[in-house]
Design a protein around this ligand. Structure first.
Ligand SMILES: Cc1cc2nc3c(=O)[nH]c(=O)nc-3n(C[C@H](O)[C@H](O)[C@H](O)COP(=O)(O)OP(=O)(O)OC[C@H]3O[C@@H](n4cnc5c(N)ncnc54)[C@H](O)[C@@H]3O)c2cc1C
Ligand SMILES: NC(=O)C1=CN([C@@H]2O[C@H](COP(=O)(O)OP(=O)(O)OC[C@H]3O[C@@H](n4cnc5c(N)ncnc54)[C@H](OP(=O)(O)O)[C@@H]3O)[C@@H](O)[C@H]2O)C=CC1
Length: 459
């Protein structure tokens, strides 16, 4: 907004004085970027943005004003809701036992994880997505029990072949605990700027922006078991779910009963559970007219990031894409998409303000995500796991043990998705092949022949 409307008043209302921004933005392909996320104090934000540290409590969209939790009333012309999400936690239904279940969302939740890890011998990770995969890779000096519903690890991101690649690499490459930078636990959270009175209150709801990429590089996630230096893969319980959680009568541990899909039951003990079981959109404020929500609880937005309320926009984890998904795009609650949606909302608000027309950004034509899993660079493109392609697709895989894993998803001879693990330099080629719909049938398996440089060939 500051770029599109440099002369307008722009106010950032945020419940925490720590805000996150993208830094070190590096293009990986035409529409793909990798970046770091840094925390900074809201007072250090660029000129042109006013800031108020307070919580949004109410929006009167008819009269264009909002009220904060401390009673401040703010008149606005346009408002964009970027209030993110909260960890969706597994619950035992018993409050006492639920105190032994934690989620990971923001800086404070990681500090809580560290606190519990310090004396833990056994920790259970529940879930098979981004956070669980990162914890499985980063936790050390503690017995990790990884409970997943699927037949392979990291199922929200990769297929069984890539999962096997990661597990082999973890076993075979030197995974001794790489000592973290000597710095003590780097408190990534500045001391709040709030008056003392509110500091107490703030402690109750100390929330902040979700952690985003590289969070685990800044924290030592070591447990309380004598230094077992190695970073073996956790003990994995496939096709399983938690059936019962009880307090072990003698002592502190939890007794967990797992039920496997084949009907068998297994028991284990742990000190606490990390529920890495997804995100629920967070909009704990009232509005004069009801916000239209999607089935997953997100605020429904159109391709211009409009909600159903006049001049009210939404972007990031709090919203759900309400427009017909492109052939190669679908929503995933990621920093990658939060950043793209925020930029789209800003351009959309500015266009309305200036009486101009703006079109949906091209980035919503193709799903792209750059990340790291188990220490490998990973690029996910298009329908990388055959999402919504039914059974009517074929896979072409090239794998070099502990070096690279490349999977092409081909539908009627055309590339529809790709998983690129390792330094493959194929991201831009795959972007083009997906977007151009090039018929690859004539090339057969040669398309992944390591002796043929397809980057040059299709350049
Ligand atoms: C552990 C973890 C690791 C992740 N790793 C990655 C990764 O490697 N790559 C990736 O692409 N994505 C990753 N993600 C996902 C990514 O962090 C989120 O998709 C992204 O942060 C969403 O951005 P957002 O701005 O929509 O929401 P958030 O980052 O959650 O920010 C929402 C902000 O709104 C504030 N807020 C909420 N309610 C109110 C209110 N009523 N009034 C005022 N302020 C309010 C919150 O305090 C927060 O500052 C990770 C998430 C987690 C939890
Ligand atoms: N490297 C990256 O890009 C990272 C991205 N993130 C993002 O941050 C957000 C939060 O991460 P995360 O919490 O891992 O969410 P994810 O959506 O990545 O994973 C949630 C996992 O929990 C499973 N699950 C959900 N409910 C239950 C349950 N009751 N019992 C057992 N398993 C359950 C899901 O299975 P199912 O899918 O079958 O429902 C899925 O495997 C996500 O949007 C994620 O994409 C987080 C970390 C790293």
């Amino acid at each position: 907004l500051t770029i599109c409307c440099p002369n307008e008043t722009i106010l950032l209302l945020t419940e925490s004085s720590v805000v996150k921004s993208v830094t070190n933005l590096v293009p990986v392909a035409r529409y793909l970027h990798k970046f770091d996320v840094r925390e900074q104090n809201v007072s250090d934000l660029r000129a042109g943005i006013g800031t108020i540290v307070d919580q949004l409590a109410y929006i009167n969209s008819g009269e264009h004003w909002a009220r904060t939790k401390t009673g401040l009333v703010i008149n606005y012309r346009y408002i964009c809701l970027c209030t993110g999400g909260a960890a969706k936690l597994f619950s035992t239904g018993e409050n006492e036992l639920n105190t032994r279940i934690i989620g990971i969302r923001d800086t404070d939740s990681v500090l809580e994880l560290q606190r519990r890890l310090a004396s833990a011998k056994d920790v259970l990770i529940l879930g098979n997505g981004g956070i669980a995969s990162e914890l499985a890779h980063e936790l050390h000096d503690v017995n990790v029990h990884w409970v997943i519903k699927d037949a392979h690890i990291s199922a929200t991101f990769v297929d069984p072949g890539a999962a096997e690649f990661f597990q082999l690499a973890k076993r075979e490459t030197d995974q001794t605990v790489t000592t973290k930078p000597a710095t003590a636990i780097k408190r990534m959270r500045y001391s709040e700027l709030l008056p003392r009175a509110e500091q107490e209150e703030q402690k109750q709801s100390r929330r902040g922006a979700a952690l985003g990429p590289d969070w685990h590089r800044t924290y030592d996630l070591g447990g309380g078991v004598a230094d077992t230096a190695s970073r073996d893969m956790p003990k994995i319980y496939y096709n399983s779910h938690i059936e019962r959680v009880e307090q072990v009568t003698t002592g502190e541990a939890l007794s967990i009963s797992l039920k496997h899909d084949d009907g068998s039951v297994q028991r284990l003990n742990c000190d606490f559970i990390v529920s890495a079981t997804g995100v629920q959109p967070r909009h704990d404020y009232e509005t004069d007219k009801p916000l239209q929500l999607a089935a997953d609880g997100g605020i429904k937005v159109d391709e211009m990031m409009n909600t159903n309320l006049c001049d009210v926009y939404a972007a990031g984890d709090v919203c759900t894409a309400g427009w017909p998904n492109g052939t190669h795009w679908f929503q995933m609650r990621l920093w990658t998409q939060a950043r793209q949606m925020g930029a789209m909302a800003g351009r959309s608000m500015a266009a309305v303000h200036e009486g101009e027309t703006v079109y949906q950004d091209f980035c919503f034509e193709l799903f792209g995500h750059v990340t790291q899993l188990f220490g490998f660079p990973v690029v996910l493109l298009g329908r990388f796991n055959g999402q919504d392609l039914g059974r009517d697709y074929e896979l072409l895989v090239r794998c070099t043990r502990n070096k690279e894993y490349i999977k092409f998803v081909l539908h009627q001879g055309r590339l529809r998705g790709a998983i690129l693990i390792g330094d493959t330099d194929l991201a831009e080629t795959c972007e083009n092949l997906i977007l151009n719909g090039t018929d690859l049938t004539p090339y057969g398996d040669d398309i992944l022949n390591p002796d043929i440089d397809i980057e040059d060939y299709f350049d």
